[in-house]
Design a binder for this molecule. Structure first.
Ligand code: ASP
Ligand code: MG
Length: 277
């Protein structure tokens, strides 16, 4: 049995029908014999809408209140996704960043993850439930909600995957992986089947918007394989992983055998502090 962390971006959960579709995909992966923890972004343009609402009442809002507001978006998607999974016959339990143990520093709007203590998520998985975690958010030492910066749910997903000792972190988006150019603009762009962390970092630094830079750095540091793929198709996506690891160690490629999970749910304590400050 494999442990898979799946992250669904805002375009994959933009409305009720999309949430139902994603719930079905999660259930299918679970019924294939995997443990699943999910990180979810806010629905569609919710985060931008929340910022507009803030600006309507205060052109210079206090940073703490801004993060209180911004974390609301992911609360909506996480609870609706849990309900949709429930409606389709499986159990799910949603968690805010704080409940999922995402401890951050105090920089509102640009917080860095210090540690992830996902005990409650592990317990949900042990009960046979899908654990759903709000992306892009954590809690500081004062107990106040923080956000990681725009696009931060990718980093949340990799950090959760590392903390749970998952076999792979799947990042679902609206394109079939990482391409040589933006396939929505350049029709001859080719999908890259496998790429190293170093090359992916170069692409991210060069303006590729597929993955947040911090997310790739975090994955590289902990050698966490990432599979970027589309939530709208079942085609293979792009694997970002260490050069010396075999592709058949990666579960849920829809190509056959699932490897056994070694030391599951490790409580090995690691320094999760993000590299850059
Ligand atoms: N919802 C947040 C944003 O739009 C986080 C994310 O989507 O990763 O930036
Ligand atoms: Mg978003």
């Amino acid at each position: 049995m494999a442990l898979i962390v799946q992250k669904y971006g805002g375009s994959s959960v933009a409305d009720s029908d999309s949430i139902k579709r994603v719930a079905k995909r999660i259930i299918d992966t679970k019924r294939a014999g995997n443990d699943i923890a999910v990180v979810v972004s806010a629905m569609g343009d919710t985060t931008d809408d929340l910022i507009d609402q803030a600006m309507d009442v205060d052109s210079n809002p206090p940073a703490r209140e801004m993060d209180m507001l911004m974390t609301a978006g992911e609360r909506i998607s996480m609870s609706l996704l849990a309900m949709s999974i429930h409606a389709q016959g499986e159990h799910a339990h949603s968690f805010t960043g704080s409940q999922a143990g995402f401890m951050t520093d105090a920089r509102y709007g640009a917080a860095h993850i210090r540690h992830v203590h996902p005990q409650r998520v592990m317990k949900a998985l042990d009960r046979g439930e899908v654990g759903i975690v709000a992306g892009f958010q954590g809690v500081n030492a004062d107990g106040d909600a923080t956000t990681l910066g725009r696009g931060g749910s990718d980093t949340s997903a990799v950090a959760l995957a590392v903390a749970l000792n998952a076999d792979v972190c799947e990042i679902y988006t609206d394109v079939d992986g990482v391409f040589t150019a933006d396939p929505r603009i350049v029709p001859t762009a080719r999908r890259i089947a496998r790429i190293s962390y170093e090359e992916m970092l170069e692409m991210a630094a060069g303006g590729s918007k597929v993955l947040a830079l911090r997310c790739v750095e975090y994955a590289q540091r902990f050698r966490m394989p990432i599979h970027v793929r589309s939530s709208f198709s079942h085609r293979p996506g792009t694997l970002i992983m260490p050069d010396d690891v075999d592709v058949d160690k990666i579960p849920n490629l829809e190509t056959g055998q699932l490897p056994d999970r070694p030391a599951a749910h490790t409580d090995r304590q690691r320094d999760m502090t993000e590299g850059r400050s």
